[in-house]
Design a protein around this ligand. Structure first.
Ligand code: AMP
Ligand code: ZN
Length: 468
């Protein structure tokens, strides 16, 4: 299996540190708001990597954190007049709901930065002891970047270029030795959450959190470290510097980075305001459509989000789900009995598509080609399954389709979800029917909605609805 390693800028053969096991750390979101669909891209692609590794028989220890202390969280808490912890707790819960609906498997561990402060104090202490970090007068602790001779090996930058780039940006009040030194611990400001430390009452920098959580849950050296490509520099570069300086060992063997989800070729981001939350998309589509859309491109390619592409993903997915439903239906009345000779050779032919799928995934998780293999399998199954087939044959066909879809995180026997949009449209139609005094139609719609699990309540302010 080949993985493109950002460290070497090459596809490399994947050889895990321990046979049969994979340790994987994926940087998680900062929780101060509902996640947008750009944030969902690394969640989906690395969950798919995990699923494929598990399919190959590896035991995967998958760790993904929540950054629950950060300037943006504190700002939001101050705006709402609640504590930072209340903000992060709320958005971790919301994020977990979105992840479940995207079929992102629960991580083996999902640590919270605020619960790992002890480990951070310890690692910062070690870095100071070893001369890799220093305390400034105001209590801030900085990493002494120049001391780590391999700094820049992931992002392929060198310190002199960085210094030239930074020369103009001296932030007033900072007491760093060099401009590219970065914060490990910083003093609290009035009203901010803080922890005691040997240096000052304060809180950790962002980078140290991941170094500490990766070490605690996975060990000094891990197999795969992953995140969006915006994290290569400075976040992952700094994680490497901290971890390797503190532990004296290589930090991660393979570095994987997903490309951006864009809108009009610009990165979707909170700061640009060009984003859709996962929640917004869930009002219009079952979220496995979003997942399928993401996996229709290679994870390292930029991907432009558009309605047209989402519609294309929705109809592609429907093709797969319909094929699955047909096979299920055929199974109900199929005859028991052994596979016929013809069926046996058809199943062998099916193996071709499975092989094609695996080859795509073995080549740096090329899900785009993997999805094409699934479509080919669907086409083949549509042609070769009928009421004449034995139950055993149909079961085997279904199982193959289900196995491949499961690697992609697509559930093929899911009841279609009732979307808010459909409900609203039916309610509007019912209102129109009532206005025209077509009460029979209005009642019919109420019953249809009831069958969909939607209960209506006529109130003075209009019609309200809820899921039963
Ligand atoms: P953040 O909450 O900004 O730290 O982001 C959480 C994760 O989402 C990181 O791995 C980012 O690299 C990733 N990410 C954020 N925006 C995008 C985007 N537009 N496309 C792909 N990945 C993104
Ligand atoms: Zn991280």
């Amino acid at each position: 299996m080949k993985i493109y390693n950002t460290l070497s800028r090459q596809k490399e053969e994947f050889i895990p540190l321990k046979e049969g096991k994979v340790s994987m750390y994926v940087c998680g979101p900062t929780v101060y708001n509902l996640i947008h669909i750009g944030n969902a891209r690394p969640m989906i692609v690395f969950d798919t990597v995990r699923r494929y590794l598990e399919y190959k028989g590896y035991e995967v220890n998958y760790v993904s954190n929540f950054t629950d202390v950060d300037d943006k969280i504190i700002k939001k808490a101050q705006e709402e007049g609640i504590s930072a912890q209340e903000v992060s707790k709320r958005y971790i819960e919301e994020c977990q709901k979105d992840m479940a609906a995207l079929h992102v498997k629960e991580a083996t561990s999902h640590p919270l930065a605020t619960e790992e402060i002890g480990g951070m104090l310890e690692m910062i202490g070690t870095l100071i002891e070893k001369g890799y970090a220093y305390q400034a007068e105001d209590g801030t602790v900085y990493f002494r970047t120049r001391r780590f001779s391999e700094y820049g090996k992931l992002s392929h930058k060198n310190l002199d270029d960085l210094q030239a780039g930074h020369r103009e940006i001296q932030v007033t009040g900072e007491q760093k030795e060099e401009t590219f030194d970065f914060v490990l611990w910083k003093p609290k400001k009035e009203g901010e959450p803080y922890w005691e430390s040997p240096w000052c009452q304060g809180r950790p920098g962002w980078h140290i959190e991941c170094s500490v959580m990766a070490r605690k849950y996975l060990g000094d050296t891990i197999d795969i470290h992953a995140g969006g490509e915006d994290l290569i520099f400075p976040h992952h570069e700094n994680e490497i510097a901290q971890s390797e300086a503190a532990n004296g060992k290589a930090f991660a063997k393979y570095w994987m980075h997903n490309g951006f989800l864009n809108i009009d070729n610009k990165k979707m981001s909170k700061s640009l305001g060009n984003f859709f939350t996962v929640r917004e998309i869930s009002q219009e589509y079952d979220l496995q459509v979003l997942r399928f859309f993401m996996l229709s491109a290679h994870y390292r390619s930029p991907l432009n989000f558009s309605r047209d592409l989402m519609e294309a993903a929705a109809s592609g997915l429907t093709r797969i789900l319909t094929a699955a439903e047909n096979i299920r239906h055929l199974q109900e009345s199929a005859s028991e009995g052994e596979l016929t000779k013809e069926e046996r050779s058809l199943l062998e032919e099916c193996g071709r598509f499975v092989k094609k799928f695996e080859e795509a995934m073995e080549d740096d998780f090329n899900t785009a080609d993997g999805v094409s293999a699934v479509f080919e399998l669907v086409k083949f199954l549509n042609i070769h399954t009928s009421g004449e087939c034995t139950k055993t044959f149909l079961e085997s066909c279904y199982e193959r389709l289900e196995t491949l879809c499961n690697i992609l995180g697509i559930v093929i026997d899911k009841e279609p979800e009732v979307l808010d949009q459909e409900v609203e449209a039916l309610i509007a139609e019912r209102q129109a029917a009532r206005k025209e005094k077509n009460f029979a139609r209005a009642d019919e719609i109420r019953d249809t909605l009831l069958n969909m699990g939607i209960v209506l309540e006529d109130t003075r302010e209009g019609v309200k609805w809820k899921r039963a």
